[in-house]
Design a protein around this ligand. Structure first.
Ligand SMILES: [Zn+2]
Length: 253
């Protein structure tokens, strides 16, 4: 009995293995066919998948760009202290805007005003009109020129005030503070840089008006010197007491 079993078992085992092999080869054949079918369709699938994922990428990029901009700006914009473009310029200011150009009027929006900056033209005896025309003439420089200068206002020897650049645009006068200040250039009769009484009175009046118009305290008045250390306006740099008096006069205007 045991012998018989021993003889028959391998037979049964062989048959079982044969069956298994047949099944497995059938399966692998089927799998091979499936694989081949998949590979056949694969070329089209890859293209389809590629354009699909490209589409997803574009949508994701657009989404994140939008969200990124929002994320970047979130909490940063505090709102303007004053709407600069809506401020009415008084009739004692002559508006003679210079031409838009990269050297003196780049037409870049001034987003906020934190200080008013006082300058002197450093060209004794020159008039407000001449200084305004100088700024305007910078537009005609060639590529190799490269002088950048301007100011929002120029006050002349007779106290006349010419506005060269709108107050909602930047002017090129105060180095890195061009982006949050309004600049006033003042003419002067001689090398001392001291202003005439008429120039001085117009400067006090214009400065006080500007502070009120853009909604900053009247103490927010600085010299070009306070920005970059440049001796400008010369007289107010060399005579600190005169500068302090000027600030008091603005406050009491
Ligand atoms: Zn200056």
């Amino acid at each position: 009995m045991r012998d018989e079993m021993m003889e028959r078992m391998p037979e049964a085992e062989i048959r079982r293995r044969d069956r298994l092999e047949t099944e497995q080869s059938g399966q692998s054949r089927r799998r091979g066919n499936q694989r081949r079918r998949r590979q056949k369709k694969g070329g089209g699938c890859r293209e389809g998948c590629l354009s699909f994922f490209c589409g997803i990428l574009v949508i994701a990029a657009a989404f994140f760009a939008g969200m990124g901009a929002g994320w970047y700006r979130w909490g940063r914009e505090t709102g303007p202290k004053a709407d600069l473009s809506s401020i009415q310029i008084p009739d004692w200011v002559q508006q003679e805007f210079i031409r838009k150009n990269i050297y003196s009027r780049p037409a870049v929006s001034l987003q906020e005003v934190n200080d008013i900056v006082v300058h002197y033209v450093a060209n004794p005896g020159s008039t407000a009109e001449q200084n305004r025309n100088y700024f305007d003439g910078l537009a005609d420089q060639g590529q190799e020129g490269g002088t950048s200068a301007s100011a929002h206002f120029v006050i002349g020897l007779e106290g006349e005030i010419i506005q060269c650049v709108p107050i909602d645009e930047i002017a090129y006068a105060s180095n890195y503070r061009n982006y949050d200040t309004i600049s006033i250039e003042c003419c002067h009769p001689d090398d001392t840089g001291k202003f005439t009484e008429a120039t001085y009175q117009s400067l006090v009046r214009l400065t006080a008006w500007l502070c009120d118009a853009v909604n900053i305290d009247r103490s927010r008045v600085i010299r070009h010197y306070d920005v970059s250390g440049k001796a400008c306006p010369l007289y107010f740099v060399e005579h600190e007491d005169a500068w302090e008096q000027f600030k008091r006069d603005v406050k009491n205007q």
